[in-house]
Unconditional design. Structure first.
Length: 55
């Protein structure tokens, strides 16, 4: 599991307890993320947030 892997933060407890197992050859599903921000927002901060979502 990589640091930017969403499964790492969402399902960590169940993986560590053994209730779930990660399959190395299993299918991967991406979750959509939506963001709402004001038009007059700081562009540098917005860019950092978007870069973080893309990791």
């Amino acid at each position: 599991m990589g640091q930017s892997d969403p499964v790492d933060s969402v399902l960590r407890r169940d993986l560590e307890s053994g209730h779930l197992q990660r399959m190395s050859d299993g299918l991967q599903f991406r979750l959509s993320a939506y963001m709402v921000y004001p038009r007059d927002s700081d562009i540098a901060t917005l860019k950092r947030a978007l870069d973080g979502l893309r990791e």
